[in-house]
Design a protein around this ligand. Structure first.
Ligand code: HEC
Length: 160
């Protein structure tokens, strides 16, 4: 390899390294802001509800306690912060409905839609609703959360 080519390679390498460093710093910057999601539930409610959540495969479609799950194939709304968007009684009615799409219309193919949990034991539905309603989002991230929920439900950008 000629000297000139080495120089060009070195410059390309530097540019790539600078780009990488810049994106790393940007990611760092985001982590400086604290996680916007929190729960007001007691440890007992959280533990029981998490068991119900797991055994009913909610996590196959929804994300919870992750900012973004890139591998998620079903475009279901994330449940982090849902308690800042919906009330406990709304969630309870939704989970209890024999036809959830009559409460919240779906834009998705049938197999991806929110299933009915009307057959779930009532005490479990209540506990799950209490827990989901306790999932809050901090004010600085509320608009972003509403926006992403709207996008997931409609497949469109929210109106300006
Ligand atoms: C097969 C995928 C799937 C499973 C499993 C599933 N959901 Fe859903 N869920 C959805 C989809 C998709 C929506 C959005 C409405 C629609 O398209 O039917 C939704 C909507 C919701 C909403 C309303 C969200 C909003 O933005 O208002 C809540 C709350 C919810 N689901 C909770 C649960 C819980 C709790 C479980 C487990 C007990 C569960 N889901 C299981 C797909 C699923």
């Amino acid at each position: 390899m000629k000297r000139g080519e080495n120089g060009i390679l070195a410059i390309i390498g530097l540019v790539l390294a600078a780009g990488l460093l810049k994106s790393l710093l940007q990611v760092e910057g985001q982590h400086d802001r604290d996680i916007p999601f929190y729960s007001t539930a007691s440890a007992d409610v959280a533990r029981k509800a998490t068991d119900i959540y797991r055994s009913n495969n909610c996590k196959n479609c929804h994300s919870l306690w992750t900012l973004k799950d890139a591998l998620q194939s079903v475009p279901a709304p994330m449940l982090d912060g849902i308690g800042s968007l919906r009330t406990e009684s709304w969630i309870y009615n939704y989970l209890s409905s024999a036809d959830p799409q009559s409460v919240l219309p779906s834009r998705l193919k049938k197999e991806y839609r929110m299933p009915s949990y009307s057959k779930m034991p009532d005490d479990e539905r209540r506990l799950l609703s209490e827990y989901l309603a306790s999932l809050k989002v901090k004010d600085w991230y509320l608009e972003q959360t509403k926006k992403s929920e709207y996008e997931k439900l409609t497949g469109m950008e929210p109106p300006k």
